[in-house]
Design a binder for this molecule. Structure first.
Ligand code: DC
Length: 182
């Protein structure tokens, strides 16, 4: 399948920064940002009768809802449909491998679990987290990685970026520079 609109795929495990990075890259390039995790969260919230996509209840249930083949097929169809008419940056777990194997640029973000936990808590608490809080969050993230593992598929031709020691601005600029070369 050849496509006329650009797709940049940004995948990575929980709290690796895919959504915030994709949003920023999309702003820089004037593309639309599609957050596939938000679509899985929306379907989970609908099933639970809850409205807050980031609530603990949705977060606890979304990984199993995202295992359902019919749910994955519906989310993937929606993403492909939205990408038909506009240039997009799409973030998730399997975007470069399954949803858009023909994407112009594929990025896979990784970061040390402790650092991912630290960043996530900083964002949530708006203060520096203690070591005990980070240790607790690291355990939860590692469990989440395990439950998402079957759907986290790095494309063979993805550019791997380890963000453990990068600022978000650095990683965004790296991706924008790669996008401008393709
Ligand atoms: O990135 P996030 O935490 O908002 O993702 C929510 C859930 O959806 C998470 O359990 C992984 C799953 N997901 C997936 O299976 N495939 C994607 N492309 C994106 C998210």
């Amino acid at each position: 399948m050849s496509r006329s609109k650009a797709v940049i795929a940004i995948d990575g495990p929980a709290a690796s920064g895919t959504s915030s990075t994709a949003a920023w890259v999309a702003r820089e390039l004037g593309y639309l940002h599609l957050d596939s995790g938000a679509l899985y969260r929306a379907e989970t919230a609908r099933r639970l009768g809850i409205e807050d996509l980031r609530s603990p209840e949705v977060t606890a249930a979304v990984s199993s809802v995202a295992q359902i083949p019919e749910v994955r097929a519906a989310v993937n169809a929606e993403l492909r449909c939205m990408a038909e008419t506009t240039d997009v940056v799409v973030d998730g777990r399997d975007i470069g491998s399954v949803v858009f194997p023909d994407a112009q640029l594929k990025i896979f973000l990784v970061a040390d679990p402790w650092e991912r936990a630290r960043r996530r808590l900083h964002q949530r608490l708006q203060r520096s987290a203690t070591d005990a809080e980070i240790a607790d969050e690291t355990r939860r993230l590692v469990e989440r990685d395990a439950s998402d593992a079957t759907n986290t598929l790095q494309a063979r031709d993805a550019v791997l970026i380890d963000t453990t020691y990068l600022t978000q601005e650095d990683q965004v600029q790296r991706i924008v520079a790669l996008a401008q070369k393709v």
